[in-house]
Each structure stands twice: as C-alpha cells, then as structure tokens.
Design a binder for this molecule. Structure first.
Ligand code: HEM
Length: 324
C-alpha cells in the first residue's frame, strides 16, 4: 500500500535536486529507494527469504544462459563482447557445455547470490551500479557492450522466474511470499535503472562535473573531464564478491528450462521506518495459506517452477488496495 503523504492543501512537495541524480550515485539511490518505498520491511523479507532465494539461483542461472544462447544477437556477445556488431563470429556458437559458458554461469551465480544478500549497505547498490557500468561498452581493456534492450529484458526474465518460483513455494506463507516478491521487485527495478543510466542520455549536460562529486572513496561515476572513463575504480570489489560466495554453487535443485515533510534528498534517510510502516501494512492481511494454486491448471503443467507440483489450492489473499 502506498505511503500516505498527506497530499492536501498547503502540501509542499519534497525537493529532489536533478543534478545530484546524475552526479551523485548515493543521491540517485536515495531517490529511487524513496520513490519505490524501499523499507526495513523489505530488508526483513530478504533476510528471512534468503535461503529460499539461494535455492533457486542455480536453476535461474541455467535458464538465463539457455535464453541468452537462443538468439544469435545475444549469443554472439559471448564471442565478440558486443551486441552491436552483427557479423558472424569466427568460431561456432557457444553451447551450455562449453567451458566459457560454464565460467560465465559462475559469474551470474555470484551476482545473484549477492543480489539476495544484505542490501543495507551502500556497497550493495554500488555493486549493482558497477555491473551496469561494465556492460555499457566503456571498459578500457576488452570493453563489453551489451545494448540496453537485452539487459532490460534479461532482468525481466530473471524477475519472472523468481516470482513464479516464490509464489508457488510449498512452505512459505502468502504474507512471506508477497513481502519477498515485493522486495526482490524493488531491487530488480533499481538494478534496471543502474543498467539504463549507462545507456540513456538524460543528464548528459552534467557529464563534465561528475568527477567533482565523488561517491565513497575513490568511486567516481565513470566520467572525467567530460569523457567517460570506465574502469577507474578497481575491480577488486567484484573479485572479493567471488571469493566470499564461493560455496554458493552447491545449493541447488536443477530445473528443466521451458521455451525459449519538506525534505531534501541531500539529507533524507530513505531507509527510515516512515515507509516501513506503510510497507508493512501493505502486505497481505489474510495470507496465512500455503502456496496458492494457479488460476489455470494448464499453465501449471508447463510451469518452469520447481515448486509447481507442490502448489495447493485454497488460499486467497486480500490487500488493502483490493478492499477499497
Ligand atoms: C540481467 C542482466 C544481466 C546481469 C545481471 C549480468 C551480470 C553479469 C555479471 C555479474 C558478469 C560478470 C562480471 C565480472 O565479474 O566480471 C557479466 C559478464 C558478462 N555478461 Fe552479463 N549480465 C546481464 C546481462 C547480459 C546479457 C543480456 C548479455 C549478452 C547479451 C551479457 C553478456 C555478458 C558477457 C559477454 C560478460 C563477460 C563475460 C566474460 O568476461 O567472460 N550479460 N554479466
């Protein structure tokens, strides 16, 4: 349920400084979080749900890579590191069994493991930004240029797999499912922005000022003196991520893939419980049931969801928005 901001006579909108959205990652994240009502309820949902999410990761990775190898335009990127060059690669197209793809699956597994972990530190969001940055074709050595269309739809595909699997989970209560799906949805949409911002041209007029606004120690936003300079911050945080989650590979079921007040954002703390209250109250009010049944039995039959067979009929849910 959206937070009631008390819009009425005399209401003053909250100030958002446009420039800071482009030159200061922290301010951008704060705005996105506040807008999407990211709250302590989301953090709690993720902390509780992390074990369920991690169980899904290996299957999600397999499905994503199957998908990326289906299309020449995305598959080629694993040869040429770009989706913008339509020339055929010199070698045969890669398959799931090739060592390169196995290695890349590991990267995605690390990323998703990180995605399902503690989102309370700014490092978490900085990491998501770094993933966006590295796909936008501006690395000095071996640039990787994945155009936004593929990134956006790939995120949507990942979201779809997570949501279906979670909603059919046999043990989680409906209240937990909804809370977890909402939290993941918010993270994925912020990741989507952190992909898109490297591809859209909005805010380009601030490009030459971005290096003046640092975000954390040594983390520049990829610009210097009007030019984008990717790779300015070291890749060490990614390296650290790899080693810290090295055991994540073992958790998994395998899955068959299916077809193809006047306040400025300069100071606002958006993880306050102001929004937590509204978020918590927006969760389902009746959901104590186990695993809701699909509306369409045929859909369940072809479901890619590992829990689909366990889904039981009978639980219904009512949120405030439907009660009105
Ligand atoms: C949801 C969207 C995506 C996410 C979250 C994602 C995530 C990642 C991550 C975490 C890495 C490894 C980074 C590292 O540690 O070096 C990576 C590398 C890579 N990604 Fe993506 N990716 C996405 C979409 C795509 C798409 C759509 C393509 C192809 C069309 C693609 C192609 C690549 C390639 C070629 C690499 C480099 C692999 C290498 O250096 O060996 N990615 N991606």
């Amino acid at each position: 349920m959206p937070h009631d901001y008390g819009l009425g006579p005399g209401f003053e909108p909250m100030h958002v400084d446009r420039k800071s959205l482009y030159v200061n990652l922290e301010e951008r994240i704060k705005y996105l979080q506040h807008f999407i009502e990211w709250s302590s309820a989301d953090v709690e949902a993720l902390q509780h749900g992390t074990k369920y999410l991690k169980q899904l990761i290996p299957a999600v990775v397999n499905m994503v890579y199957k998908k990326l190898l289906v299309y020449d335009i995305t598959s080629r990127a694993f040869h040429t590191r770009t989706t913008a060059d339509e020339r055929e690669p010199d070698e045969d197209y890669l398959t799931e069994e090739t060592p390169q793809i196995k290695r890349r699956k590991m990267f995605l597994r690390w990323y998703l493991t990180r995605l399902c972990q503690d989102p309370t530190s700014m490092d978490f969001w900085r990491y998501l930004n770094k993933i966006g940055q590295m796909h936008c074709g501006q690395e000095r050595l071996a640039p990787l240029n994945v155009e936004y269309i593929h990134l956006g739809v790939c995120l949507g595909y990942i979201q779809d797999i997570f949501f279906e699997a979670l909603m059919f989970h046999p043990q989680l209560s409906m209240r937990r499912k909804v809370a977890l799906v909402r939290a993941i949805n918010k993270i994925i949409w912020i990741q989507n922005d952190l992909f898109a911002k490297w591809h859209v041209r909005d805010g380009e007029e601030f490009a030459d000022e971005i290096s003046m606004y640092s975000f954390g120690s040594g983390n520049r936003e990829g610009f210097l003196a009007g030019k984008r300079i990717i790779g300015s911050s070291s890749g060490s945080s990614l390296d650290d991520d790899r080693s810290s989650i090295a055991d994540s590979a073992s958790v998994a079921p395998s899955m068959q893939s299916v077809a193809p007040s006047e306040q400025s954002f300069q100071t606002a703390s958006v993880q306050s419980d102001q929004t937590a209250h509204s978020t918590a109250s927006a969760s389902t009010t009746t959901g104590s049931g186990h695993g809701s049944a699909p509306q369409d039995p045929a859909a369940a039959k072809i479901s890619a969801c590992p829990f689909a067979d366990f889904a039981k009929k009978g639980s219904s849910t009512e949120t405030k928005i439907w009660a009105n």
